[in-house]
Design a binder for this molecule. Sequence first.
Ligand SMILES: Cc1ncc(COP(=O)(O)O)c(C=O)c1O
Length: 427
Amino acid sequence: MGTQKLAVYGGARAVPEGLIREWPPVDETDKDLVMKSLMGGKHAFGPNCEAFQKEYAKWNGSKYAIFTNSGTAALHMGVYACGIGAGDHVLVTSYSWSSSATCILHHNAVPIFVDIDFNTINMDVDKIEAAITPRTKAIIVVHLHGLAVNMEKVLAIAKKHKLKVIEDACQGHGAMFRGRKTGNWGDCGAFSFNQNKCLCSGEGGMFVTDNEQIYKDALKLWSFGETSTPSEKRDYHAYALGWMYRGSDLVAAFGRAQLAKIDGYIKIQNENAAVLNKRLKELKGLILPYEPERGMHNWYNYTSRIDMDAIGWKGNQQAMRNAVMKALQAEGVPVGVWQSFALPEMTVFRAKNAYGHGCPWSCNGAGDGVEYKIEDYPMAVKHTDTHFGMTTPLRAPNRTDVAEKVADAFIKVFENIDKIDPDKILK
Ligand SMILES: Cc1ncc(COP(=O)(O)O)c(C=O)c1O
């Protein structure tokens, strides 16, 4: 393929137009449940919300589940229900979605970042202990891109230092560590059902826990500080500081219909990823996603990195990465950069002023000695400069015929990598 003309320079594209179909597949079962909800007259926290909670808890193997209007809401509920308050420190990975860490600020606590392990892109579990301070109360682990964190190591550290563990499983549906699904390892977990997630209900989320007290506390934050759910007899009394994090019946109906198909979806994602892993493994310059021996990936995002040394690139790394992405896009592969900033680089943390008046950092000296210097997170920086990912081609209804074409495109681009000129492509 090294002699083929790249599509970005006017050659024929490797992936035919229209071959890759959109996520998620919607069929009669989705339409049926959503229409029944629409005509059912209970549009707020209705019967589909209750059923979705039960069905999700059963599917995930969790004792309690609370349906929320986002994954971020579920994370914030976890922070509160784990007893974290003003001025506490919470450890979190240095590379994730912003709300993996802003959920800590939501409860006026201070995030302390831990660098990632470059191979797994997850929090480097061997760097957790060094980040613990006398104020540390909890660890938020993120099962990034559907690869479960080594939870045995995390739980051992948490036990030793008496810390709570919150799992950000917003990308982790069905992903397993040693045969056990995410969300069930720590004190509680949070899932997202936003558009791109392995379970899409449009927007939405689920809080899960096996702990009755954590469940009861999370319920308060979820719904106006009340102790009863909308399906029970309410006294409309705010017993605690509450938000309004409930999901709606229409969204739950869509989520339920998709949940019935999720095992099939995850199987397809694994089959498609297997094609890519096999065909791309010898490709010079491409670092493929880490494949766990000890668990199951859900392949939420097939994230690769460019090995700049292997391709002999000495110039600006982001420019080269962006040019390679453009070349792949021109071949018909929808690749993109999921998150281009490491969390400690984000202004919301650097400005140290989330709640105004310098809070939470100014709270009882909570921010003393806390610095967000990007040099402290070299693996996160290396990752942000060189990675790119894709979701849709791995998802149903796309099958291995699509994965084969996508593999053709990767091979074509990487076998012609010496012809990729960022100055020409990015102008
Ligand atoms: C790792 C991670 N955490 C948290 C979230 C937040 O989920 P939501 O958008 O449902 O609030 C997302 C979603 O983008 C995510 O990817």
